[in-house]
Design a protein around this ligand. Structure first.
Ligand code: ASP
Length: 327
């Protein structure tokens, strides 16, 4: 087996941003006000998605919750037909059907998910309705679609002309076989901390392009594609979902942070865990991002092209040179 070269470029964990502002200066002879912590909001997302992080940042800086921020942030990508791996415009399965997966998780460990959802532009909002309006965590296929209509979502054709033409082209040479590592899949995963210090996350995708009809990846699976523990932090994944599911990747990363690892260290170990299960074949992409309760961030990927975006009071940073492993 070819020995792999491990490259680690600049580690771009964002510096801790949870600060304590001493609002206690008002000391009078009669009373002393308590120390008040000022939590600085932050949002982090997989890939270079400035429109999505800008939207989430607007929500956070208008005193919005982390939950609203991540939902509204990823909705930008779901509606953007230029993004062919999420929402409307997403690449279809091998039969030409666009099927979407998404999940969302809040500060109280409430969660909701939809899998194999068709004809609805915003699966993340349907996932939120599952979380808030039902006793369930996950709805699938026709049931999820029917639920969406009951909640007022409108039916829409998600297959754009561009994605349709590409699919028809793929069919000419594909022999109708999905290729697991075909580099035309992605996900937007987003994590945020609001001004109260609460954490939430969202994850949404159209999954692997030209997959077998019915295939579902990691993105809508709580613990795999996304996990939040408001006491510790959150993590979310992008890449070949089959591999993320095998290691319950996002849950693993949050647990590693619970044990004291930084978000960067935890993401690296999460990726390394997957590598250790694939010693003979490492030709696929997996990336994780994570955030901890202090507002520190990290990201790591098996692919050199990985980037993730962080937006905090320190500015808007696209970590295009984030850590990666070159195979
Ligand atoms: N994780 C997604 C899936 O497996 C695809 C991706 O992020 O590339 O469906």
């Amino acid at each position: 087996m070819k020995r792999r070269k491990f490259l680690k470029s600049s580690s771009l964990s964002t510096a801790g941003i949870l600060s304590t502002s001493l609002l206690t200066a008002c000391e009078t002879k009669k009373e002393q006000l308590p120390v008040t912590k000022t939590i600085k909001p932050i949002v982090i997302a997989t890939w270079d998605v400035p429109n999505a992080t800008n939207k989430a940042w607007q929500v956070l800086t208008n005193s919005g919750t982390a939950l609203d921020a991540v939902e509204q942030g990823v909705m930008i990508e779901e509606a953007d037909t230029n993004n062919q791996s999420v929402g409307k415009g997403g690449r279809p399965d091998r039969d030409g059907n666009v099927t979407l997966d998404a999940c969302i998780m809040d500060k109280d460990s409430n969660c909701g998910a939809v899998v194999y959802l068709q004809n609805i532009v915003h699966p993340i909002s349907v996932a939120r309705k599952v979380m808030e309006d039902t006793p369930h965590v996950m709805l699938a296929g026709k049931g999820a679609e029917q639920f969406a209509y009951e909640k007022g979502f409108e039916k829409e054709n998600l297959l754009t002309e561009k994605s349709k033409l590409e699919w028809l082209e793929w069919k000419k040479t594909s022999q109708y076989q999905p290729i697991i590592n075909i580099e035309n899949h992605d996900t937007i995963g987003m994590l945020a901390i609001d001004s109260k210090g609460d954490i939430a996350g969202a994850c949404t995708t159209s999954g692997m392009a030209y997959k077998i009809g019915g295939r579902v990846g990691d993105s809508p699976i709580i613990g795999a594609g996304l996990f939040i523990d408001n006491e510790i932090g959150g993590a979310t994944a992008t890449g070949v979902g089959e591999e993320v599911v095998r290691t319950v990747g996002s849950f693993l990363i949050v647990e590693l942070m619970r044990q004291g690892k930084t978000p960067q260290e935890a993401c690296e170990e999460g990726v390394n865990r997957i590598i250790s299960k694939n010693k003979d074949k490492l030709d696929f992409q997996i990336g994780f991002i994570a955030i901890n309760k202090k507002g520190e961030t990290g990201g790591y990927c098996i692919h050199p092209g990985f980037s993730y975006r962080v937006y905090s009071e320190e500015g808007h940073l696209n970590n295009t040179s984030g850590s990666y492993i070159s195979t």
